[in-house]
Design a protein around this ligand. Structure first.
Ligand SMILES: NC(=O)c1ccc[n+]([C@@H]2O[C@H](COP(=O)([O-])OP(=O)(O)OC[C@H]3O[C@@H](n4cnc5c(N)ncnc54)[C@H](O)[C@@H]3O)[C@@H](O)[C@H]2O)c1
Ligand SMILES: [Zn+2]
Length: 338
């Protein structure tokens, strides 16, 4: 598939220490039949989505003399996809690359849309580039080995796709929860197909995030803050699950989101053991502080993507997809027992 749709003079497969031995070695061997192919790996985990990993990979490609007619193949989760994509975006001013996502989150979210990048000490994803992959190949069979918490975190983003674009999709995720948790291949393929359709549709309308792409941030203003406040103990998707419930409640308080939306989201997310309530020990103030640092805030205000109802985002008018909300309302929605 890779050599057919992205033919190249040579390939560099980039993976991490977990996915490398499990899947990338085999792919490297298979691709070698088509063109010279080497495997580069780095240690797994968000902690390695760094400048150091990026520059090590670039140096290895330079030493191997990969040319502009070469291509990179990213095999792994979102961390591998983001780093390898950024290597492809910057190496020799940009070469082609293929995404082979192996987590549910990477299949339905990070491999689609062309955002690549790395983290810095100041924050996540602050250095990067838009660089579209030539091809994305998702093999749902790889999900069999994915830890259940990682699988559920991916489901949270699928629920988000339903929440912003298709209420029936949320219903079907709930109805098929058992098959999804068992990684039934047909159920996984349905999930990946529908989520990719929704995400790709949004991205195609606004590739460089000028406006409409902000609908994909539903659950993320609160989610990012919760993720940071947890010291990154919570997985991104777990934080987004909680963030969606809080943002739906917030929207209802403001009279923008139909009553009952937060409850509907909560019940499907709970089927996957995803967190939907702020732990008692966490004060609303702690989350608000993290929110004030959100890089997407403009002119000091907190901006949130709000739903009109399940399946439909509330447009705030004049091409704006986010709403400025005051801290008191956010504080209220974050308060225990709300
Ligand atoms: N570019 C984008 O648009 C975009 C969108 C969303 C998220 N992201 C980024 O994606 C990253 C998160 O991605 P992720 O959740 O895939 O995390 P990840 O890449 O860290 O993968 C999670 C863990 O699972 C392991 N793993 C991957 N596939 C496996 C498999 N099939 N079997 C067993 N283990 C496997 C990995 O080695 C890793 O330890 C974050 O850095 C986030 O910023 C990017
Ligand atoms: Zn997300």
């Amino acid at each position: 598939m890779v050599s057919e749709f992205c033919p190249a003079a040579s390939y560099a497969v980039i993976s991490d220490s977990t996915v490398g031995p499990r899947y990338a070695e085999r792919l490297t061997q298979a691709l070698s039949a088509a063109a010279p192919c080497r495997l580069l790996t780095f240690p797994a985990g968000e902690g390695h989505k760094t400048r150091e990993t990026w520059s090590n990979l670039i140096d290895q490609l330079l030493e191997a003399e990969l040319g502009r007619d070469g291509a990179i193949v990213a095999v792994g989760g979102g961390v591998v996809g983001d780093v390898a994509g950024f290597v492809a975006a910057t190496y020799l001013r940009g070469i082609r690359y293929v995404q082979v996502p192996t987590t549910l989150l990477a299949m339905i979210d990070s491999s689609i849309g062309g955002k690549t990048g790395i983290d810095t000490e100041i924050g996540k994803n602050l250095v990067g580039a838009f660089h579209q992959p030539t091809l994305v190949v998702a093999d749902v069979a790889t999900l069999a080995s994915l830890p259940i918490k990682q699988l559920a975190a991916g489901v949270a983003e699928a629920v988000k796709h339903g929440a912003i674009a298709d209420a029936d999709y949320v219903t079907s995720i709930s109805a098929n929860a058992r098959e999804i948790l068992a990684r039934n291949p047909a159920a996984m393929a349905d999930l990946v197909r529908r989520s990719v359709e929704i995400k790709a549709g949004v991205v195609a309308a606004d590739e460089h995030e000028q406006g409409q792409r902000a609908v994909l941030n539903f659950g993320h203003t609160v989610g990012h803050a919760v993720e940071a406040a947890s010291g990154y103990e919570l997985l991104h998707g777990e934080a987004v699950a909680l963030g969606m419930v809080v943002e739906a409640a917030l929207g209802s308080t403001l009279g923008i989101t139909k009553a009952g939306t937060a409850g509907a989201l909560e019940s499907v997310l709970q089927q996957f053991d995803l967190p939907t309530q702020l732990p008692e020990a966490w004060s609303a103030e702690r989350i608000l502080q993290a929110m004030r640092h959100d890089k997407k805030n403009r002119a000091g205000s907190i901006r949130v993507t709000l739903l009109h109802s399940l399946g439909e985002v509330a447009n705030s008018g004049a091409g704006e997809w986010t709403h400025a909300v005051d801290e008191a309302a956010v504080h209220h929605a974050l308060s225990p027992g709300f």
